[in-house]
Ligand binder design. Structure first.
Ligand code: HEC
Length: 156
């Protein structure tokens, strides 16, 4: 009799422990979600880093290929953030044709964000080499320029 009561106490303690765990992980998830809403800012040191890869037809072509293989599904073929996968995820992928957004970003900042990732944006530093990520910075800059110079009729 006494023993079974003790056991039932233990079970309650276990259930309460579970409850505490569940509610604390829900709490953590809420904090993480709130964090995602904040502007994404690279550390100052990362912002200052200059692109060591020269802009030329080779680096542009390499960047274009990497972009279409890895990034276009979310960021879209022309960089508007309207890729098929980009449309179904909760957080909207960055729009590289947004001149205002892009002019606020240094090359070093773009490079750092590609390396780190945030939320649905993957971290690429283990997938792509430094050189490849700099080539992507070069190509993304071209997407911004292309969008600015494209006639409105081409803007589908
Ligand atoms: C699964 C979808 C997805 C893929 C694939 C993806 N991205 Fe992103 N990307 C995002 C989302 C979502 C954001 C916005 C993240 C945020 O602001 O929290 C983002 C943001 C960024 C930013 C930051 C823009 C800014 O100024 O804040 C850069 C740079 C970027 N992505 C580059 C890339 C590159 C390069 C690739 C391919 C190598 C890539 N992304 C692949 C979803 C994706």
């Amino acid at each position: 009799m006494i023993r079974s009561r003790n056991l039932s106490h233990l079970r309650w303690a276990g259930a309460l422990g579970m409850l505490a765990m569940l509610s604390s992980s829900a709490f953590v998830a809420r904090i993480a979600a709130a964090d995602d809403e904040k502007p994404w800012v690279a550390p100052d040191a990362a912002k200052q880093v200059k692109n060591p890869v020269p802009v030329n037809p080779e680096s542009l072509a390499a960047g274009a290929q990497l972009y279409h293989e890895n990034c276009a599904p979310c960021h879209g073929d022309t960089g508007k953030g309207d890729g098929d996968t980009g449309k179904i995820i909760k957080k909207k992928p960055a729009n590289f044709t947004d001149e205002k957004l892009m002019s606020a970003e240094t090359d070093g900042s773009l490079f750092w964000k590609m390396g780190e990732g945030r939320g649905p944006m993957p971290s690429w530093k283990d997938e792509l080499s430094d050189k490849e990520r700099w080539q992507l910075v070069i190509y993304i800059r071209k997407l911004t320029k292309d969008a600015a110079s494209a006639p409105a009729s081409k803007d589908k």
